[in-house]
Design a protein around this ligand. Structure first.
Ligand code: SF4
Length: 133
């Protein structure tokens, strides 16, 4: 492997973390759901933690000790991009952008900075962005 290549299991785990970043993710779940040896999952998560791409917190889940994984999305995406891998499938990209008001805006072809329709002052866009904070 060259320095920017990522092992297949690591790619699977990063994609899983990105996809599920809005809910609680437990280390024990990852090996079950992705069918990867728990020791491999543990090694990969330690590496991701060292790179600042996740944070881990000890918790009890289903009466067992495990770790709660907190993904750092920007860092995970950067790791994938460095390895030349698209972090999202086209369907996931569409899901992420479909609510942006510009996608369905009738003024998109007349909208530019300094124009009558201006993205820097647009209320629809500001409202959309403020809801996502
Ligand atoms: S910035 Fe506002 S006006 Fe411009 S395309 Fe997007 S939604 Fe339409």
């Amino acid at each position: 492997l060259s320095s920017t290549e990522i092992p297949r299991e690591e790619v699977m785990i990063i994609k899983y973390l990105l996809k599920n970043s809005e809910r609680d993710i437990y280390q024990s779940q990852i090996s079950k759901e992705l069918n990867i040896d728990p020791r491999v999952v543990s090694k990969i998560l330690i590496r991701l933690e060292e790179k600042g791409a996740i944070k881990r917190e000890p918790v009890i889940y289903e009466s067992r000790k495990t770790l709660l994984i907190k993904p750092v999305k920007e860092a995970l995406i950067e790791l994938m991009e460095k390895a030349g891998i698209d972090p999202y499938t086209p369907k996931e990209v569409f899901e992420r952008i479909k609510d942006i008001p510009c996608i369905t805006c009738p003024y998109i072809y007349k909208c530019y900075e300094g124009g009558y329709y201006d993205p820097t002052t647009c209320q629809w866009l500001s409202e959309y962005l403020s809801q996502r904070r």
